[in-house]
Write a protein that binds this ligand. Structure first.
Ligand code: SF4
Ligand code: SF4
Length: 376
């Protein structure tokens, strides 16, 4: 297992982190807690959870698992969203509840959870959450304040530059990294620790290994390559994996022990993504100047699931709903249906994508997802 410093905190964290969102709820509390200890014995020392994960059981599983682990040898991270608290006092109480459930005296890394747009950040600052975290920090209940974000790179950069955080948790993987990379570089420049979540693109990579074979070096699978791509990157301290079985842990640890990718390896993969996957949007953002303010890179990233992985129309309707609530479309901007077919974006698209045609399909999925919402 490789270890590196989490930002400028002085804490040496394992390259693989235990994401506590995929426990097997059919198994007992002791069995899931045993998985935590198993990971610890394999060298993993970074454990990430949140209230609500696994039907709100995840923090309790960690509490049981931590009983058999020396407190000065591991780091625990949990989270709280700005919209989950009405005021500072409530936020303070919720931090204490997490501490109790995990049977620890303090939390090492506490995340302002899920900043999907700048309004979430403003709420964290003005709605009591950040002040509560400062209070907890002054009382020794938490050590470091961080944030998690689903924004594109520029939004992450703005928050990083506020100077209020020591770490950031970002959804990044080998397929979407161009869209998120500016945030990672900003975090690194400003001395924040970077944790990567969703390293396998929500399961898309293991589910489509045949189509993604080009990502892998000889002797490895695309899934292993996707993990190695992040684990190897000097800008990323921890790669979170949601573990369900001991085999998952074994695989991740094996990759953490593998040779890191060289700059040449990473350059080769980048070239493959734009060179071989001609029907994929690489999120280069060259098309951003749309007169109708349509977030073209976001729509085209979502369209990748259809173009590259052959998702059905029904799945794409669900994907639109998800992306409006949690993903790339949470900021209100021009909708796909507003496209006036001026052609500016297609002229500048580095991938020569048929953006106008794609947006028509996207607009249909979007309309259907909105109809489904109204019907509820
Ligand atoms: S073709 Fe449509 S999406 Fe492209 S720049 Fe013009 S209005 Fe925007
Ligand atoms: S220019 Fe093309 S490849 Fe680049 S972000 Fe826009 S649609 Fe995607």
């Amino acid at each position: 297992m490789r270890y590196s410093e989490f930002g400028k905190t002085g804490k040496m964290v394992s390259a693989i982190g235990f994401g506590g969102m995929r426990f097997d709820l059919a198994k007992s509390q002791e069995a899931n807690a045993g998985l935590i200890k198993y990971a610890f014995d394999k060298g993993i020392n970074y454990f990430d959870t949140a209230p609500g994960y696994c039907n709100d059981k995840s923090e309790e599983f960690f509490g049981t698992g931590f009983k058999n682990m020396p407190r000065d040898k591991y780091f625990v991270a949990t989270k709280l969203g700005p919209a989950h608290v009405a005021n500072e006092q409530e936020a303070y109480e919720k931090v204490k509840k997490s501490i109790e459930r995990m049977r620890v005296e303090y939390i090492d890394f506490f995340y302002v959870w899920c900043i999907r747009r700048m309004a979430n950040f403003d709420l964290a600052m003005n709605g009591g959450l950040y002040d509560a975290l400062l209070r907890c920090q002054s009382e020794g209940l938490i050590k470091h304040i961080a944030f998690s974000s689903h924004q594109e790179g520029a939004g992450v950069r703005k928050i990083v530059e506020s100077g209020l955080f020591e770490g950031v948790l970002l959804g990044v993987n080998i397929l979407n990294f161009p869209y998120r990379w500016d945030g990672i570089l900003a975090a690194k420049e400003h001395g924040l620790g970077v944790v990567a979540m969703n390293p396998l693109a929500g399961g898309l990579i293991p589910q489509n290994e045949g189509k993604l074979q080009f990502l892998a070096s000889p002797g490895e699978t695309p899934t292993e390559a996707a993990l190695r791509f992040l684990v190897a990157n000097p800008n990323i301290a921890v790669v979170l994996n949601g573990f369900t079985t001991a085999e998952h842990i074994d695989t991740a640890c094996r990759i953490a022990d593998a040779e890191p990718m060289t700059e040449e390896d990473i350059a080769r993969i980048k070239a493959h993504i734009s060179g071989n996957m001609t029907r994929i949007c690489t999120a280069c953002n060259y098309c951003e100047e749309c007169p109708e303010n349509i977030p073209i890179p976001a729509y085209m990233q979502i369209y990748n699931d259809k173009a590259v992985f052959g998702k059905t129309d029904e799945e794409m309707v669900s994907s639109m709903k998800f992306n409006h609530e949690w993903g790339l479309l949470v900021e209100p901007r021009g909708s796909a249906a507003a496209c006036i077919a001026c052609g500016r974006c297609e002229e500048s698209c580095t991938q020569h994508l048929d953006i106008i045609t794609r947006l028509k399909e996207v607009a249909e999925w979007e309309a259907k997802s909105q109809e489904l919402n109204k019907a509820k």
